[in-house]
Write a protein that binds this ligand. Structure first.
Ligand code: SF4
Length: 236
């Protein structure tokens, strides 16, 4: 791979046994941009790699962890110099305590806190509610398309998702469409194989030279900013 900007996400990266070695190794050739974690495990591997200077995006699921324990780990990372954002799992049920947690993280810990809406695409009432919730962090995503079925995208050319087994996909959404049972129906695409680019360890890897016209229906979970998605002009 050429020198790249790398985001580490999951699953849960802290469950990977050699995370610190992986980060230090990658940082010799690439720029680690951010790590997305629920910090449910020991954060020592992150502390050991503090000199790399990446951002920590911490997913807070109040049904999985108490906010004080979560906050303690964040405070330690902040002390080590990490820039941190808390992504709050903004399900309908969780929104009842949104203001309380926002106050706690932003006023007490001085850490940015934002709602992150989750959509269960098979559940219409949930979709409508989470769309309302999404209004809370709308400012974070400026590039949401009304017609999201004609997207012109650099995923697969300048942006990739690499799995621990070295399989490569154009984008996280494409990976989900291709591999998660039930998502194929949602994707409404004629050829899901277009999302899969092969494996880094084999000659099957294909990096594309051109932009990709994507008709996926996603707009809240699509990697719009990272894959530099613009609107396709011509009608397909
Ligand atoms: S438009 Fe979105 S879903 Fe489609 S390839 Fe690009 S990042 Fe992936």
């Amino acid at each position: 791979m050429p020198g790249s900007l790398i985001t580490i996400s999951g699953g849960e990266p802290l469950l990977y046994g050699n995370l610190d070695k992986l980060l230090l190794g990658l940082s010799k050739k690439h720029v680690i941009s951010k790590i997305m974690t629920n910090i449910s495990s020991d954060v020592a591997p992150l502390v050991r790699t503090r000199k790399i200077g990446y951002r920590v995006v911490a997913s807070f699921h109040p049904d999985m962890t108490g906010h004080k324990d979560f906050g303690k780990k964040l405070a330690l990372l902040k002390e080590c110099g990490f820039r941190i954002i808390v992504n709050y799992a903004a399900t309908v049920a969780n929104m009842e305590r949104y203001d309380y947690y926002k106050d706690y993280f932003e006023k007490k810990l001085k850490i940015r806190f934002r709602a992150w809406a989750f959509e269960d695409l098979k559940n219409e009432p949930e979709i409508n509610s989470t769309r309302k919730i999404y209004g809370i962090n709308y400012g974070m995503r400026k590039n949401v398309f009304n017609n999201h079925k004609l997207k012109n995208c650099l995923a697969g050319n300048k942006y990739f998702i690499i799995l621990p087994n070295a399989d490569v996909f154009r984008c996280i959404t494409g990976y989900m469409y291709t591999t998660i049972p039930g998502c194929q129906d949602i994707a409404c695409l004629q050829d899901l194989g277009r999302f899969s680019l092969g494996n880094l360890k084999s000659a099957t890897l294909r990096i594309h030279n051109n932009r990709f016209v994507c008709r996926s229906p996603c707009k809240t979970v699509c990697d719009i900013e990272l894959a530099k998605v613009t609107m396709e002009q011509k009608t397909l």
